[in-house]
Design a protein around this ligand. Structure first.
Ligand SMILES: CCCCCCCCCCCCCCC/C=C/C(=O)SCCNC(=O)CCNC(=O)[C@H](O)C(C)(C)COP(=O)(O)OP(=O)(O)OC[C@H]1O[C@@H](n2cnc3c(N)ncnc32)[C@H](O)[C@@H]1OP(=O)(O)O
Ligand SMILES: Cc1cc2nc3c(=O)[nH]c(=O)nc-3n(C[C@H](O)[C@H](O)[C@H](O)COP(=O)(O)OP(=O)(O)OC[C@H]3O[C@@H](n4cnc5c(N)ncnc54)[C@H](O)[C@@H]3O)c2cc1C
Length: 633
């Protein structure tokens, strides 16, 4: 083991295993995760990672082992495929959940055990604006079929991931009866026997290469009436339409996957922090004091300032992901029982946190890559591949700006309710104080109060102020004679800012609540330090907001920076131990820089030598192209 990394692991001030257990949701979940990793994947003689049979093997193994929980599927898949994507991601996280949540019992029993599918909602002309989807599904009572049709070029289904060229069960979103409502259809086409279908691949993408994203054009293709997913809405044999309790129930799968993406952003950021911090512990470069040995780059304050706030953010997002999934499971359980009362809040929370966490993690991956210098740009680091695979999460499953505006819509509605004298509960209950003006900033002392509860309060006041400013912008636009829609559009910068602040407050609050639950003194101490670092770092990034909210004075601003530097120094001794607690297996990380043993250089040389370009002393292209050319010169 590299001596630097060995030294970093001595004198631990907290029990790493206990922290790993907290991240997994308990010791049993850690044991289960490791069982999946060690027994069901690594020590499985059929484990044939990276070969053409990998995918079918994985599917059969998941069924053989009876693994159906999304988190356990992710544990298995991430061990099997490392940090990359694989072609069936969409089947597990969108196609199956849609069948689970939108099929009636007969359909469920008929389809769920048997098929692999994709989710074809987006069209060439519309991905965000679902009410603008153009694909039609017209019911023909005479034949008891729906006629599926792509009326325009912009209605061609575009992007469905994992498009299987031979058999195409897919979930469709189409406009069957009226522009405002659309429903889900399962359409199993056995190609190429089924006429009226034009299918293909949309071509090379920025990344996501393991997933074949396709296109699908339908020309009056007929499917049985029974293929409409009929848990919530039905078309009866006589053609009568039974509307769902809410038209937004059709959007349920997107809410589910957005809820998963929150935790996934934490996982991906934790992978990158593991790579960058372990590498920064073994990389020596330049000098701090003339004549002395080159220091570990982790001892540079700027390197700590790049990586430690991201380390704190990774923990924050992992805890936010746990909260999001628990909230999703609770509210979707209520929805299943017909209680839709919290559906708007679930939508607003999942949409906002999906955008907030993916935007932050997306930027953070690049900071981790650049903090590793040239070796960070090598594919051997795994960081370029992680970035390329993660960055579309800011676009898919709800484009982030649009998602933030959906959260803003909920915040504005909540603000209006408070103005009308209603008492709010849940995540927006802090807006009650705005109405009663108890949001007045506390007496701000000359010293920055570092109590975590106080910091959460300051973030709450910041969010409330920005919600109020956005509402006032809309009111001012209306007062200038603008219609409601234009008043909204002319305030969308403020609205996104308010949603971002609301999410920031929510994430810090979840972090603080999680820290409060930690009983082990050592773990509590180090997690409390990270939560403080997350809060103070955010205060440094958004100083203007806190000044504008009146919860920070100009005189206190220098102490924010001073406090931040102190917290960076406090985290430094535990940095490697804190990434060890993420417990990412070398085989899954697949990173020369992030190896657990820290033997980076030897591994990098081996990795380079294994490159196909180094298979022969002289590359065949010399003999094929250069030598004949030289002979002519
Ligand atoms: C930790 C464990 C990890 C496990 C694995 C993790 C895996 C993570 C990675 C997985 C990657 C998988 C690959 C992904 C591949 C990508 C697939 C896709 O992209 S599929 C397509 C996704 N597309 C979208 O998300 C479309 C986005 N657009 C919309 O959702 C909607 O058009 C809209 C919400 C933007 C607008 O809808 P609209 O009907 O126009 O509503 P209005 O804006 O008019 O609002 C009216 C009203 O409805 C409420 N509303 C809207 N949506 C919902 C909802 N979903 N639920 C509840 N309520 C909703 C809205 O709030 C309004 O309410 P009101 O009271 O009137 O204000
Ligand atoms: C890798 C990848 C995989 C995908 N896989 C699938 C899949 O399997 N199945 C599927 O159905 N889809 C899939 N998609 C499509 C994806 O869901 C859409 O790209 C996404 O919903 C965004 O919609 P859009 O492309 O129409 O972007 P647009 O909505 O056109 O966004 C373009 C710009 O317009 C802005 N904008 C749009 N509406 C508003 C508004 N109301 N207010 C302010 N600004 C606005 C956006 O903020 C953005 O800046 C995938 C996409 C990617 C990148």
């Amino acid at each position: 083991m590299n001596p630097d990394i060995l030294r970093e692991r001595q004198n631990a001030t907290f029990d790493i295993e206990k922290l790993t257990n907290i991240l997994d949701g308990g010791a049993e979940r850690t044991n289960r995760r490791r069982e999946i990793r060690e027994v069901l994947v690594l020590n499985d003689p059929d484990f044939d990672y990276g070969t053409p049979t990998s995918l079918p093997t994985m599917i059969l193994k998941l069924r053989e082992y009876g693994i159906s929980d999304p988190v356990e599927i992710n544990w298995y898949k991430s061990m099997y495929w490392g940090t990359g994507r694989e072609a069936l991601g969409l089947h597990y996280v969108m196609f199956l959940p849609t069948l689970y949540t939108q099929c009636d019992s007969e359909q469920f029993n008929k389809w769920v055990p048997l098929i692999i599918g994709t989710y074809a909602q987006t069209e060439m002309g519309h991905g965000t604006h679902l009410r603008g989807l153009e694909t039609t599904a017209t019911f023909d009572p005479a034949t008891q079929e729906f006629v599926m049709h792509s009326p325009t070029v912009t209605s061609i289904k575009w992007w469905p991931g994992g498009r299987n060229p031979l058999f195409l069960p897919l979930i469709f979103l189409s406009i069957p009866l009226s522009a405002s409502l659309f429903d889900l259809f399962l359409s199993g086409f056995a190609l190429p026997t089924c006429s009226g279908i034009v299918i293909g691949d949309i071509g090379p993408k920025f990344g996501f290469d393991a997933v074949d994203n396709g296109y699908l054009k339908l020309e009056h293709v007929r499917i049985p009436r029974e293929n409409m997913l009929m848990k919530y809405a039905q078309v009866k044999p006589d053609g009568s339409y039974v509307k769902p309790l809410s038209s937004k129930l059709t959007y349920g799968t997107m809410v589910f996957i957005r809820s998963l993406i929150v935790g996934n952003a934490g996982i991906v950021l934790s992978q990158c922090c593991t790579i960058a911090i372990r590498y920064s512990a073994v990389r020596h470069q330049s000098e701090i004091r003339a004549g002395e040995a080159e220091p570990q780059i982790l001892d540079y304050q700027t390197q700590q300032h790049k990586l430690f706030p991201l380390l704190a953010t990774a923990y924050a997002f992992l805890f936010a992901g746990q909260y999001m999934i628990d909230t999703y499971n609770r509210i979707s359980g209520d929805i299943n029982q017909g209680d839709l009362s919290e559906m708007p809040e679930l939508h607003a929370l999942s949409a906002g946190l999906k955008a907030f966490t993916t935007w932050t993690a997306n930027t953070g991956i690049e900071v981790c890559r650049m903090s590793c210098g040239g070796h960070g740009y090598s594919r051997s680091s795994a960081l370029p591949d992680i970035y390329v695979e993660f960055t579309p999460s800011c676009t898919y499953e709800g484009e982030n700006t649009v998602m933030m505006l959906q959260t803003a819509r909920f915040l504005m509605k909540s603000y209006r309710q408070v103005q009308a004298g209603q008492q709010l509960s849940g995540a927006v209950s802090y807006l009650n104080k705005v109405h009663h003006r108890v949001m007045a900033p506390q007496a701000v002392s000359s010293q920055l109060d570092l109590n975590l509860n106080t910091l959460v309060d300051l973030y709450e006041i910041r969010a409330a102020m920005l919600v109020e400013l956005a509402a006032q912008s809309i009111q001012q636009e209306s007062a200038r004679g603008k219609c409601q829609e234009d008043s909204w559009n002319n305030s969308t910068i403020d609205l996104v800012r308010a949603s971002d602040a609301h999410c920031h407050y929510m994430v810090l609050k979840m972090f603080r609540d999680k820290v409060d639950q930690i009983e082990d003194p050592g773990v509590h101490s180090v997690m409390s330090t990270l939560a403080h670092l997350y809060a103070i770092h955010g205060m440094g990034n958004f100083t203007g907001d806190f000044l504008q909210a009146g919860v920070l004075t100009g005189a206190q601003v220098p102490s924010v920076s001073k406090c931040l530097k102190g917290l960076l120094a406090e985290v430094r001794p535990s940095a490697v131990l804190l990434v060890d607690a993420f417990d990412h297996h070398d085989k899954m990380l697949n990173s020369v820089l992030g190896r657990h043993d820290g033997n980076v250089y030897e591994a990098m040389f081996e990795w380079a030598r294994s490159s196909p370009l180094n298979r022969t002393e002289v590359h065949e292209s010399f003999h094929k192209h250069l030598k004949p050319l030289q002979a002519k010169l």
